[in-house]
Design a protein around this ligand. Structure first.
Ligand code: XMP
Length: 305
């Protein structure tokens, strides 16, 4: 386990020495990794760091507002509203890897514009150890690791948490007094809700996925999962009121894991599952069916795409 007391000052020194008198940027996703890296870097170099949060429209419910509040103390924070541009970039895209690619490209475009505007020489990233391992393999293209550094011509990249596991990052976050909504937040993939929607991403599916994920996170918080999520996986027949409907099918998944590389489907009691089902179908007119995913990783992945 990382020794937080020595890690925090060492990481700040590493960042301050790397950045020197120059400017740096960091992409803030709202997740624990980038939030912790941003907090460390802001402590180290202050407003020489511009934290950039791109609101892709693929975020969880309340996430953008949460970011504004949590990082309110950073005067240089930039929040970019790119909802419509992401939806446009995803129009007609159905292949999972193509979706990731489209999101990654758009993200780089948004981020690059700010990096150029502020004249940033350095990129700070919240990359952690498992990201590096998965990126070396061919499992998935993780857009928070690949792409960015090649696209923008930075003088250097600073990755102060490159050797940490997720639970160690949480320790650091707690040591930095980051709010518990950040330090205890479940991991959330860079491409956001897009990998929890099978096929094309549309505004309608996004709205269903956002509400369903919110319900699942709320209802399963006391089960302390590594990740709990909901995915919109297709349509099926159902009955709402007196009518047969062709409604959305939402899959609910809750897993235990240490690092996301392997995971166990969590055993959830029937009462909780029924509460989730009734909230998701009750709060969403267009959802007709809710399933619980009992598959471990492997053979399944945690996300649906
Ligand atoms: P999978 O679905 O591959 O996920 O079992 C393992 C962990 O990685 C997260 N994940 C991603 N994170 N970009 C990310 O930043 C991605 O493209 C991506 N795909 C999966 C996932 O949420 C889980 O924690």
């Amino acid at each position: 386990m990382v020794d937080v007391e020595s890690f925090v000052p060492e990481a700040k020194t590493e960042i301050a020495e790397a950045v020197g008198e120059s400017n740096a940027v960091i992409a803030l996703s709202g997740g624990v990794d980038s939030s912790t890296a941003a907090a460390l870097a802001y402590d180290a170099v202050g407003d020489q760091l511009t934290p950039v949060y791109v609101d892709t429209g693929l975020m969880r419910k309340g996430e953008t507002e949460g970011i504004r509040e949590t990082f309110d103390y950073m005067d240089s924070l930039r929040v970019i509203d790119a909802n419509e541009r992401f939806l446009a970039a995803l129009e007609g895209v159905t292949d999972p890897e193509e979706k990731r690619h489209a999101i990654g490209e758009q993200f780089i475009r948004e981020f690059e514009a700010v990096a150029e505007e502020v004249g940033a020489d350095y990129l700070v990233q919240g990359t952690i150890y498992p990201d590096r391992i998965e990126s070396e393999g061919t499992i998935k293209s993780h857009h928070n690791v690949g792409g960015l550094p090649e696209a923008v011509d930075f003088e250097g990249i600073v990755e102060p948490m490159r050797d940490l596991y997720k639970d160690e990052v949480r320790e650091v976050a707690r040591a930095l007094d980051l709010e518990t909504v950040v330090s205890e937040r479940m991991p959330f993939p860079g491409p956001g809700l897009a990998v929890r929607i099978l096929g094309e991403v549309t505004e309608e599916k996004l709205a269903v996925a956002r509400e369903a994920n919110h319900v699942v996170e709320e209802e399963l918080a006391d089960h302390d999962p590594w990740q709990a999520l909901a995915a919109v996986i297709g349509k099926a027949t159902g009955v709402k009121g007196d009518n047969r409907v062709h409604g959305w099918v939402v899959a609910v998944r809750s897993v235990e894991s240490r690092d996301g590389m392997t995971a166990r489907a969590q055993e959830v009691d029937w009462e909780t599952l029924q509460r989730i089902q009734s909230r998701i179908t009750g709060e969403n007119e267009t959802v007709s069916r809710v399933l619980y995913d009992v598959t471990h990783k492997p053979p399944a992945t945690i996300e649906y795409e």
